[in-house]
Design a protein around this ligand. Structure first.
Ligand code: PGA
Length: 277
């Protein structure tokens, strides 16, 4: 198949590139989604994570709680190891936008990063254009934007590659080469989210998708800026499978949902990420 040949030809070049990229810190992001239920519980989890990863080297960690807990957690402090982020951020600073929160507001609580385009928001109606608008506004405000992409199913013909290309190309319209250092891509196949560890993606399929995403970024932005963009994996990452996605799958880090609500699991995942130099 033409696409597969292309990907394979590209693999040798990218392997060299990956060797260069492993010099940078891995990135592990906790996406708490609409959890936990109380501020007391949020504080307990955050404190546990903060303490457990304080001495882990070589990993940048972000915790993204619901907005309502951001103020509480920022009072507990952020460190170079544990930073705060948000799960979404709107494309205007203030105004008549019921229910929305802007990066400018989140900034006051030490948040430096926002997840954008998560599949659980796309399913509520967000499209690539809207996500792209939010992304431009977030990076203009000094935020790092984590753009989530991922297909809902796979077929023999490989149509999902076209789908991922479209997600990337549309959501990144207007992003300048120089802005790319504020962008992280999180590949999260929808079919692998919220499952058991055994149901996550296999590392060969992940490796191929990461190469493909890198290729799309190079085509759009040129080699040098595109090579600096971290590409994370998310979808049923647990303590017992985290290592393989980085070591064999070639991910630059991980986006963690369910397991990030357990300090033990999240610390274990962060330590696994630290093992890959
Ligand atoms: P999961 O979620 O780790 O629970 O699969 C990942 C995500 O949705 O970001």
């Amino acid at each position: 198949m033409f696409l597969e040949t292309n990907i394979l030809n590209f693999r040798i070049f990218i392997t060299c590139v990956i060797n260069l990229l492993v010099m940078s810190n891995k990135i592990v992001i906790a996406n708490w989604k609409m959890n936990p239920k109380t501020p007391a519980e949020a504080r307990r989890i955050y404190k546990g994570i903060k303490k457990g990863i304080a001495k882990v080297k070589g990993v940048d960690t972000y915790v993204c709680p619901p907005f309502i807990f951001l103020s509480e957690l920022s009072k507990l402090g952020v460190t170079l190891k544990t930073r705060l982020g948000v799960q979404d951020a709107f494309y205007e600073e203030t105004g008549a936008y019921t229910g929305q929160t802007s990066p400018e507001m989140a900034k006051a609580y030490k948040a430096k990063l926002t997840i954008l385009g998560h599949s659980e928001r796309r399913i509520l109606g967000e499209d690539n254009k809207l996500i792209g608008r939010k992304l431009l506004h977030a990076i203009a405000n000094g935020f790092t934007a984590v753009l989530c992409v991922g297909e809902s199913e796979r077929n023999e013909e490989g149509d999902y590659y076209t789908f991922i290309r479209e997600e990337l190309e549309t959501a990144l319209v207007g992003v300048k080469r120089g802005d790319l250092k504020k962008v992280i891509i999180a590949y999260e196949p929808i079919w692998a989210i919220g499952k058991r560890a055994e149901e996550a993606i296999d590392t060969k399929a992940l490796y191929e998708m990461i190469l493909f995403i890198r290729k799309v970024l190079i085509e759009k932005f040129g080699r040098t800026p595109a090579l600096g963009v971290p590409i994370l994996y998310g979808g049923s990452v647990k303590e017992n499978n985290a290592l393989e996605f980085i070591e064999k799958g070639g991910a630059d880090g991980l986006l963690i949902g369910g397991a990030s609500l357990s300090p033990e699991q999240f610390i274990g995942i962060t330590k696994s990420a630290a093992l890959v130099k």
